[in-house]
Design a protein around this ligand. Structure first.
Ligand SMILES: Cc1cc2nc3c(=O)[nH]c(=O)nc-3n(C[C@H](O)[C@H](O)[C@H](O)COP(=O)(O)O)c2cc1C
Length: 414
């Protein structure tokens, strides 16, 4: 019977344990979590979502305070088009978060950064260019392009001296998205080093519509593998979404995947950024508590626990401090939903906004309990303590369980 450890993900001469911990913004996949994956010979992700805030918390900078002060006079204004990010500060925050993480890296594995295109930051192209190139400057091993088609992203890095040596890949949920990406980047003569195929059972935003349940990860992996074969392209494929045990992973590794990307199992790791009381909510969840809704202003469906505090919250948009989802014209679907409620309740008190959420503020405050569809099985991965709470797990414990378990077993902590 095979174990994950019987396989290796190969990047040229480098061989890795074929296990990737996916990016989880905002700072849910912390540097500590990513560094553990690298120490153990796999790949971990940090995320650059709300990177100014992450830098303030990690390094005592005051990027957010400075931005809030600068745009204070705009707070009551529903027009947010003037609220721009300072590109120099964006580069500085990226270099701090990425650079300090890379300085701390030990072991044979790698640390990548997850870069979401949907963080449009009121100036999508310029901010994305800075985010990508600053991460390369700061020595990141690789970049995972996510939450968007990223048709221009390789082009934005093409002049960087590390463009051809850093590991660059993309997350897709369909063969069509990959075809578009490859067609767009063909002129650069640089293939992605890996393609992560995220199926409908994943956490975070889904690359499907509300008909996500009609799709199946194994089928999409097979379609993409067949397409690459026809095109005679050799790109490692990484399966993601609903891979809960080592045996689940082996099934993909035996059927064309070069690695698997997982996340939900690590949401309850000691090194994960979620507050301890929120991790208990993840442990406690039953299948009926896990929903997919459309409250994210990005327009993508998102999976979360139905008791997430963000659902129905009517807080004032906080774009002067954050503003990561403002589009090119300074709009965000939450601002519109909030303003519609403000018309009905002009005093602004006890507002409840049901159809959208202020994702920046609520992700920042860990109020969106986004999770994979198998979160309800987390309770089977640990022990219940005398006080009724669930015992936390180290990232190493979870990683090694994936790496060495057989027969769908889950290794309980000592
Ligand atoms: C709490 C949480 C937050 C996530 N945040 C992001 C994110 O910011 N960007 C992203 O590309 N994927 C995100 N994901 C998706 C994961 O990186 C991963 O691909 C997926 O969840 C794997 O499926 P699994 O959770 O069933 O193992 C998130 C997943 C979880 C559980």
């Amino acid at each position: 019977m095979k174990r994950v450890d019987d396989f290796r993900l190969k990047f040229g001469k480098k061989e890795l344990v074929p296990l990737i911990i996916g990016g989880m913004g905002v700072d849910i996949s912390t540097a500590e979590l990513a560094l553990e994956a690298a120490r153990l010979g796999g790949i971990g992700h940090i995320s650059d979502a709300l990177i100014h805030d992450v830098s303030d918390r990690r390094f005592d900078t005051s990027f957010v305070k400075g931005k809030t002060k600068f745009y204070k006079s705009n707070i009551a204004n529903s027009d947010k088009s003037s609220v721009q990010f300072d590109l120099g500060q964006l580069a500085e925050a990226t270099k701090l978060h990425v650079g300090k993480t890379m300085e701390a890296k030990r072991g044979d594995g790698m640390v990548f950064v997850n870069v979401m295109e949907k963080l449009t930051m009121n100036s999508p192209r310029d901010t994305l260019e800075v985010r990508l190139n600053s991460a390369l400057d700061a020595g990141i091993d690789g970049i995972t392009l996510s939450a968007g088609l990223h048709l221009g992203s390789f082009g934005l890095m093409a002049e960087h001296p590390r463009f051809r040596d850093a590991k660059l890949g993309i997350i897709v949920s369909s063969v069509r998205a990959l075809q578009l990406f490859l067609r767009k980047t063909a002129r650069l003569n640089r293939l992605p080093d890996f393609v992560i195929i995220e199926g409908p059972l994943a956490g975070g935003h889904l690359g499907f519509g509300m008909d996500w349940a009609k799709y199946d990860l194994a089928t999409i992996v097979a379609e993409i593998a067949a397409f690459l074969k026809t095109e005679q392209l050799d790109i490692p494929l990484v399966a993601a979404g609903g891979i809960f045990t080592g045996t689940d992973a082996v099934n993909f590794l035996e059927n064309g995947a070069a690695a698997v990307q997982v996340a939900t199992r690590f949401t309850v790791a000691d090194e994960c950024g979620l507050p301890p009381e929120d991790k208990q909510e993840y442990f406690k969840a039953s299948e009926a508590d896990i929903i997919v809704n459309t409250i994210s202003p990005t327009g993508y469906p998102m999976r979360m626990l139905k008791n997430s505090p963000a659902i129905g919250s009517g807080i004032r948009p906080n774009c002067e401090s954050y503003g990561y989802l403002l589009d090119t014209n300074g709009n965000c679907a939450y601002i519109n939903a909030y303003n519609a409620q403000l018309v009905i309740h002009p005093d602004g008190k006890n507002l409840s906004v049901q159809d959208k959420t202020c994702l920046c503020t609520h992700m920042r405050n860990y109020n969106v309990w986004t999770c994979g569809s198998l979160t309800y099985r987390l309770k089977d991965t640990t022990r219940r303590l005398a006080d009724g709470s669930y015992q936390g797990l180290s990232a190493e414990h979870i990683f090694r369980d994936y790496q060495f378990s057989v027969d769908n077993q889950l290794l309980l902590p000592a």
